[in-house]
Design a protein around this ligand. Structure first.
Ligand SMILES: Cc1ncc(C[n+]2csc(CCOP(=O)(O)OP(=O)(O)O)c2C)c(N)n1
Length: 897
């Protein structure tokens, strides 16, 4: 076997080239006669020896800027040259239709966006996947999972158009989802979205970084399901196609080591290294591919560099001195982009013109051939070889770093241009040039009109396209919902202690954990529950679950835990049920999303409970929660140790006074701030019935606290308590003729109860007390009622309005959250309405001091009530009331202190 010479650069500083040559000859001989395995062994021995004998040497973390897979090792392309030509032609058609979709939408409405250049660079990467690797779900196979780069969506639509799953009419309504409805059809969403195209897209990847971390945790979740015996191991793969710019997002790289540690060989990343992001080059002064090679390789991934197309192979072969590889090593990405943006003559002069040897290599090609030299990510044969190697690789996840040109084929208008990302207008000449370059069978007139093109159904290429997808199980992407309805146990079976608490002391966090422990034992539902924590299980009193259901570990437990003697010992097991994600809220929520969407992605309903410090949820990982909402997740998010004044002694980073306000902005998030364990039981039961039985695409956000208190039993016989808990409020302490009504939620309810007692005792005022379990649900109901009144002339009042209909006593509302939360129902309160809240920075102190500081304690609620009554109108009266209540009226406001 003829072997290429090694890079001559190494010889340039060589003191003894002859000796070097002998060593290299010896190595070559070993490879030729004993094979690469033996060569690897000898190199390992040499490096061990070098270390022992004090030679400080470490292998470079980067390989040269050439393909990892040698041309000689590429498998033949399935179907040979004919199939290759057909697939290239199909890709050209998709490029055209994708481009047409964007240009037409923009011609119709100048304000409509869309991207051409990203898909232009990714088309071949997608096509090889679609034709040979992405296997759809069938009756007997679970299917591969593909995370598509979001702004390449036009290309995915273009393929679906040829496949027949999207119509030409639908393509015509790309990014016009509202207009489309007026025409009795559906529009195509800008980016993948399972609400907007519910039978099509599975994963919302539009926010950069969400796709990579989600893909990793999804691959890991599939292993979890397999190891727990809930899903058959079928060698399914998770593929993720992402941008090189996207890799700058912290989330993109956050879980690389987890993927390697867990040996996720069911995971393949394809990074489309077109070297550009939106504004310009990703790493103008370096090589993004090499940087990613170091990061992924260092984390333990199998890295495949796919940089140059087949037409470069003869050049590398002819390059006896290694000068070509050397020049490529030295050419930084910004320069590679300039080469992409310019023609063959320019590349001859500026790239091949660098040295006499390169000039000689360049002389073997015409300018046009130089212009058409493809990068690896545009060569289907090489892409196939990389995907094939990736899907056969065992023991590690694989990343394919595929070099492409951004705006490939867009000519002078777009290829490699700084501005290409947002290019959506193409003039007639550019369109004709594009047609010629990709040999599209369309006339000048069709071209100028940017008409969609679809070959006849019985044409060779269409038959090929359909055959390939039939063999791979059907069309993709496709979102299905075929999950069984899970039986929901009766609340008495797992929450009796809460419904009939009878004054027992506990916190709502304890109550939640107790319910969870009981649900895990349920014969039907139990195994579908996925408890998830981010290194806070002990904080929330969940250590008993370690022993009860075990912590999932793909390796089992290879050590004897320090606390083996204790009944609650730290038990890791291959079939463990708890996902203990360590200190990674982003990781934990990604696991939660995988579990919460399993009903659709795997047809296997799971019910995740992710329990975390409430401050580190919506605020810290809000965008991942949005993505879960987009994905129609079903499950429970439990914001524990919640409440700005209730998590005493922790300080400002931890004290959450805002999560409910953010939760209210997520349309399918149903949020509650219960005060009592029995309220929590009703909410958990309701959530399970809606998500598991009625199969509603909602998820629950419930805050619980660590404040111990005597828990009352659920009021018996009182009308509307359960219904009120679900809808957002119910009357806890009624008064026949109330002077004032106090509304409060969560931990502040007890302050309202104490305020009512103070009002009666000190001032003879009758106060009614209402428990508000969800200001957000009340506000949503109010908005809907108000709209019905406005649009339909309905006379139905909002639930809050009806609840507070009797009399017009002033209403005071307080919670452990900022005032905008109770403010959200102001429009529907049929009386004078005053809100109190915890606006400002949290700080450490006792609960009593914090409630005084934020003015949500019982005395402040009582004072606010008195001010609304005739007895509290004059400054003198108020001063006296404050004295009686022990309040300092000239204290600083919490937001100023
Ligand atoms: C979190 C987030 N920030 C910014 C954007 C806007 N955005 C969309 S595409 C893009 C550039 C993407 O570059 P790259 O990942 O290299 O993909 P390419 O289009 O070059 O293939 C940006 C900044 C986004 N979608 N999400």
């Amino acid at each position: 076997m003829e072997m290429p010479a090694i890079n001559h650069l190494q010889h340039r500083f060589d003191q003894d080239p002859q000796e070097t040559g002998e060593w290299l000859d010896a190595l070559q001989a070993v490879i030729q006669h004993a094979g690469p395995e033996r060569a690897r062994y000898l190199l390992t021995c040499l490096s061990t020896g070098a270390r022992q004998w004090g030679v400080k040497w470490q292998d470079a973390r980067n390989t040269p800027y050439v393909n990892t897979i040698r041309a000689a090792d590429e498998p033949p392309f399935p179907g040979g040259a004919d199939a290759l030509a057909t697939e290239q032609h199909l890709a050209s058609l998709m490029r055209w239709n994708a481009l047409a979709m964007v240009v037409r939408a923009n011609r119709a409405y100048g304000e409509l966006g869309g991207h051409i250049a990203s898909y232009a660079s990714a088309a071949d990467l997608f096509e090889v996947g679609f034709n040979h690797f992405f296997r759809a779900r069938t009756d007997t196979f679970g299917g591969d999972i593909v995370y598509f780069q979001a702004h390449s969506a036009p290309g995915i639509y273009a393929r679906a158009y040829l496949e027949g799953t999207l119509t030409e009419t639908e393509l015509g309504f790309y990014r016009q989802e509202i207009e489309a409805r007026k025409h009795g059809t559906r529009g195509l969403s800008s980016y993948p979205h399972p609400w907007l195209m519910e039978n099509f897209w599975q994963f919302p990847t539009g926010s950069m970084g969400i796709g990579p971390i989600s893909a990793i945790y999804h691959a890991r979740f599939m292993r979890y399901l397999e190891h727990r015996g809930l899903m058959a191991a079928q060698d399914r793969k998770v593929w993720g196609v992402f941008g090189d710019g996207e890799m700058d997002e912290p989330e993109s790289l956050a879980a690389l080591s987890l993927a390697a540690r867990e040996n996720l060989d069911n995971l393949v990343f394809v990074i489309n290294c077109n070297l550009q992001r939106l504004d310009g080059p990703v790493r103008g002064n370096g090589h993004v591919v090499d940087e990613l090679e170091t990061l992924f390789g260092g984390a333990g991934w199998n890295v495949i560099k796919l940089l140059w197309g087949s037409d470069w192979d003869p050049l590398f072969e002819r390059d006896r001195t290694g000068e070509l590889a050397d020049a490529l090593n030295r050419t930084v990405d910004g320069q590679l982009q300039t080469f992409a943006a310019n023609d063959g003559a320019f590349n001859r002069e500026h790239f091949f013109g660098q040295t006499p040897a390169l000039k000689e290599l360049g002389a073997t090609l015409t300018d046009d051939e130089i212009d058409r030299l493809r990068r690896g990510g545009h060569d289907m044969k090489k892409i196939h070889a990389a995907y094939d190697a990736a899907s056969r690789h065992r023991g590690q996840p694989t990343v394919i770093l595929a070099q492409t040109k951004k705006g490939y084929g867009m000519g002078k208008a777009g290829q490699g241009k700084m501005t290409t990302h947002q290019q959506k207008k193409l003039d007639a000449d550019t369109l004709l040039e594009f047609r010629d370059r990709f040999r599209l069978p369309i006339s000048d007139a069709q071209c100028e009109a940017v008409a969609f093109y679809k070959p006849a159904d019985d044409s060779a290429e269409m038959r090929h396209l359909h055959r390939r997808r039939t063999e791979l199980g059907g069309f993709m992407p496709r979102r299905t919902v075929s999950a069984a309805r899970l039986a929901v146990p009766d609340a008495q079976s797992y929450a009796r202690f809460a419904l009939e608490a009878d004054g027992k002391e506990m916190s709502t966090t304890m109550a939640l954990v107790r319910m969870l422990a009981a649900l895990l034992k349920d014969g039907g539902l139990g195994k579908h529950i996925v408890p998830i924590v981010a290194d806070e299980a002990r904080t929330f009193g969940m250590a008993n679950l370690f022993r009860q259901v075990g912590i999932y570990s793909s390796q089992g437990q290879l050590y004897e835990p320090e606390d083996i003697g204790s009944i609650l010992y730290y038990r890791e097991a291959r079939d463990g049920q708890i996902l203990e994600e360590g200190i990674s809220e982003a990781g934990a929520i990604s696991s939660w999303t995988a579990a919460a969407t399993s009903y659709s992605v795997h047809g296997l309903p799971m019910l995740p409970f992710y329990i975390y410090y409430s401050m580190f949820g919506f605020q810290r990982i809000g965008d991942l929660i949005w993505a879960a909402a987009d994905q129609r997740a079903r499950g429970f998010l439990i914001g524990a140790t919640s409440g700005r004044t209730t998590l005493a002694g922790e300080g400002l980073q931890h004290q959450d006074g805002s999560s409910h306000v953010i939760a209210a902005t997520v349309p399918n998030c149903i949020s509650y701030d219960p005060a009592y364990a029995y309220e929590l039981a009703v909410i958990v039961q309701d959530g399970m019935e809606r998500m598991l039985q009625k199969q509603e695409d909602v998820f629950y956000y419930v805050t619980v606290t660590n404040e111990n208190e005597a828990q009352p039993a659920m009021p018996q016989g009182a009308e509307g308590v359960e219904d009120g808990i679900r809808r957002g409020m119910y009357c806890l302490q009624a008064e026949a003729e109330a002077d004032v009504r106090l509304l409060a939620s969560g931990p502040i309810l007890k302050e309202a109860i104490a305020a009512a007692a103070l009002l009666k005792e000190k001032f003879g005022v009758r106060a009614e007390v209402w428990s508000v379990t969800s200001f957000t649900e009340l506000a949503r109901d109010g908005m809907a009622a108000e709209r019905r009144q406005r649009l339909e002339g309905s006379s139905d009042e909002a639930f809050v309005t009806r609840q507070l209909a009797g009399g017009n006593a002033p209403v005071i509302a307080a919670s452990d959250y900022v005032r905008s939360l109770p403010e959200s129902i102001r429009a529907y309160v049929p009386a004078r309405y005053v809100t109190l809240g915890t606006d400002g920075f949290g700080r450490s102190d006792t609960r009593a001091n914090l409630r005084d500081f934020f003015e949500v304690g019982a005395n402040w609620i009582a004072f606010a009530a008195m001010r609304e009554l005739p007895q509290g109108k004059s400054p003198g009266q108020l001063k006296r009331i404050a004295e009686i209540l022990g309040l300092e009226l000239d204290k600083l406001m919490a937001t100023q202190a």
